[in-house]
Write a protein that binds this ligand. Structure first.
Ligand code: AP5
Ligand code: MG
Length: 194
């Protein structure tokens, strides 16, 4: 993999359904690259825990497994990506999730003379996703809410696969392996990116 440096910053998106390992792999990959992992889900959960105005606005939406509106997410991401540590690259986990968000991301990056280097799609069979998420204890991890998050993924986020494939950015990775093997597959998929 190309090392992250100011001249060859790596800007990566991890795409995949709930429980596919985006958060797990974003941390590992970001650490290896020396760039921040930016998880919009975690940022929103932090806002809910802090009962900030953003948290109060998104609490019920997240608890229902629905998506927070694109405009609110644009504000969250725009601010986070303007931070110093994000200038050397980043691994995005959970954004973009709609075609409108993908357009916003392009606009934010384009405005800064930047672009995405790769979008990694993590594939995991649906039964395994539900088992993994049920093995965790997050507020939005009840079976009904997971089913809803999966339905929302298929309807609103899956179209991004074709969107990024058409742009030559998509890399497919088998997420139904050990955490270490998924990390290795992601590293292999990124050879030559950047
Ligand atoms: P978000 O936090 O992004 O949730 P999600 O996409 O549903 O995904 P998860 O975090 O559940 O799974 P993951 O893919 O990160 O997997 P993980 O590594 O945890 O979003 C939450 C909510 O916020 C959304 O529903 C929405 O309301 C809102 N939101 C966020 N972003 C938004 C946006 N852009 N627009 C609008 N709304 C937004 O792994 C899962 C479990 O499996 C863990 O226990 C882990 O230890 C385990 N595991 C991981 N890898 C493996 C492996 N290889 N083998 C076995 N177990 C594994
Ligand atoms: Mg996550």
């Amino acid at each position: 993999m190309v090392a992250a440096s100011p001249s060859s910053a790596l800007r990566i998106v991890l795409l995949g359904p709930p429980g596919s390992g985006k958060g797990t792999q974003a941390e590992i990959l970001a650490q290896g690259l020396g760039v921040p992992a930016i998880s919009t889900g975690q940022m929103l959960r932090d806002a809910v825990a802090a009962a900030s105005p953003l948290g109060l606005k998104v609490n019920e939406i997240m608890a229902a497994g629905e998506l927070v509106d694109d405009e609110t997410m644009a504000d969250v991401v725009r601010e986070r990506m303007a931070a110093d540590d994000a200038q050397k690259g980043f691994v995005l986990d959970g954004y973009p999730r709609t075609l409108a968000q993908a357009a916003t991301l392009q606009e934010i990056l384009g405005g800064a003379g930047q672009r995405l280097e790769a979008v990694v799609q993590i594939d995991v069979p649906e039964g395994e996703l539900v088992n993994r998420v049920l093995g965790r204890q997050r507020a939005d991890d009840t079976e009904d809410v997971i089913r809803q998050r999966l339905a929302v993924y298929h309807e609103q986020t899956e179209p991004l696969v074709a969107f990024y494939r058409e742009r030559g950015l998509l890399r497919d990775v088998d997420g139904h392996q050990s955490i270490e093997d998924v990390s290795k597959s992601i590293r292999d998929a990124l050879v030559g990116a950047g």
